[in-house]
Design a protein around this ligand. Sequence first.
Ligand SMILES: NC(=O)c1ccc[n+]([C@@H]2O[C@H](COP(=O)([O-])OP(=O)(O)OC[C@H]3O[C@@H](n4cnc5c(N)ncnc54)[C@H](OP(=O)(O)O)[C@@H]3O)[C@@H](O)[C@H]2O)c1
Length: 226
Amino acid sequence: MPSVLITGANKGIGLAFAQSFAVDGWKVHACCRQPDKAKGLQGIEGDISIHKLDVTDGLRVASVARGMLDEKIDILINNAGYYGPRLGFGEIDYEDWAHTFQVNTMAPLRMVENFIEHVAGSERKLIVNVSSKMGSVAENEGGGAYVYRSSKAALNVVTKSLAVDLKEQGVTVICVHPGHVQTDMGGEQAPLTISKSVSGLRKLIGKVTHEQTGQFFNYDGTIIPW
Ligand SMILES: NC(=O)c1ccc[n+]([C@@H]2O[C@H](COP(=O)([O-])OP(=O)(O)OC[C@H]3O[C@@H](n4cnc5c(N)ncnc54)[C@H](OP(=O)(O)O)[C@@H]3O)[C@@H](O)[C@H]2O)c1
C-alpha cells in the first residue's frame, strides 16, 4: 500500500489531501499541531496515523522521523503554511516575517532533511512543496504582501536546489500552487473550492514524472513562471 505524509493536515487543503488519499486506500501520516482538536482528521476512515507536529520544532520533526524509521513514504507533502498579518509597506512586522520564513521556507527543507531516507527508499519518491503563485517573481503585478511572497519565493528556490541535489537518488521534487482556495487562508470569497483544488493536485501528483523534477506547477497541471 503506498503511503503519504502531509503536514498541516488538520484543516483546509491538508485535511482534504488526507481524506482523498485515505479514500483511495493509501496509508496516511497526517501531521498537525493539535491532534486532540483535529476532529476532521479523527473522523477519517482508513489507514491513518496522526502525528503531533509543529513544523518549526526541529527536535520534534527529528523525533517523528526517527519513530517512523521502518516506514517508507511515497509522497511527502509539505503543506503547512502561514500567511501572517496582512500588513503593507511601512507596516512590516520583522519578527513575524522571520516566523513566516520558519514555517513556509525553512520547515519544508527541514522535513526533507529528516525524511529523505523514508522517501528515497519508497516506490514513488516524490516531494511536493505547497507554494503559491504569490511567490512567483514573474507574476507579481500586485506588489505588497512582502512577507508571504518572499517566503514562498524562497521556498521555490529551496525546491529547485532539492530537485538538483536529490535527482541522482531518483527523488522528484516539485512545488505547486493550489489556486486561490476557499480555506481560512484563502477566504470565503476565493474562487476555487477545496475539493476542486485537491482533485487537480491529485491528478498532477499522480502523473508527474522524474524528468519534470524542479518545476513549479499550477493545480491544473500548467507551469507557473518563476
Ligand atoms: N488557500 C489559498 O488560497 C492558498 C493559495 C496559495 C497557497 N496556499 C498554500 O496552501 C497551503 C495550505 O493552506 P490552506 O489554504 O489550507 O490554509 P489553512 O486552512 O490556513 O491551513 C494552514 C495549515 O497550516 C498549518 N500550520 C501553520 N503553521 C504551522 C506550524 N508551525 N506547524 C504545523 N502546521 C502549521 C495550520 O495548522 P493550525 O490549524 O494548527 O494553525 C493548518 O493546518 C499553505 O502552504 C498555503 O500557503 C494556499
